[in-house]
Design a protein around this ligand. Sequence first.
Ligand SMILES: [Zn+2]
Length: 255
Amino acid sequence: MFFKTPPASRRLSKIQIALLFAAYRALFSCPTNSIGAEKKNDLYKKSLDSFPYLMEENIYHNGFHSESSFGATSYFIKDENGNYLIDSPRFFNRLVSKINDLGGLKQILLTHKDDVADSGKFCDEFNCPAHIHEDDFSSTKHAYATIWRGSKEIWYNNEMKIIPVPGHTKGSVVFLYKDTYLFTGDHLCWSQSLGQLIAFKNACWYDFDVQTKSMESLLDYNFTYILPGHGTPYKATNVDEMKRELEKCVKWMKA
Ligand SMILES: [Zn+2]
């Protein structure tokens, strides 16, 4: 798909500029590079430079989704104890240089085997480890991958908890950061069409009943913001609202 870049001589309204900026951002998030722009103007370069862009507090959206992760969204966390990638974007020199500007990478945390993408190249570039649950380990092909074991939650550090949620894949995990943000991979997201939280019933590679139990176990945790690999993020106004939505999702999964 190509969209036409307006001629430089044409003055654009603020709304037109915002729409064009959003269109360019979609271009840089396209996993197959199948969206193209006819001409590369300043706005094109500005939107390219906007990745990774700050979503919330110290959490960034990477853009540059990888075809090998089925176009999954990955995130960057700028943290004083060392920066994280949550799942992996496409390895792209401009993105690497922006990550360097933000202080580099200390670790890569992978929610599951589908979203490994170019994590090996990022490990090589930043000399950092990537972590994945042992039940999804065989699909990581690079030497730096280390593993988590078992079905119990573990504290990765004071702010990051790793919670195994088998179901979508056997080794799926979610990451709870600062008791607020839940990075869910392909376990849980908001559905715009259904207007509720969902799991992917038709894209469950291990066991949907097991995934339903994993979903129910998340009711024991407090968080307000879901940041998925696929699907729409969801931000609740408070913990109680999130629990109500999660309960609705569990009920929907059991129906
Ligand atoms: Zn997946």
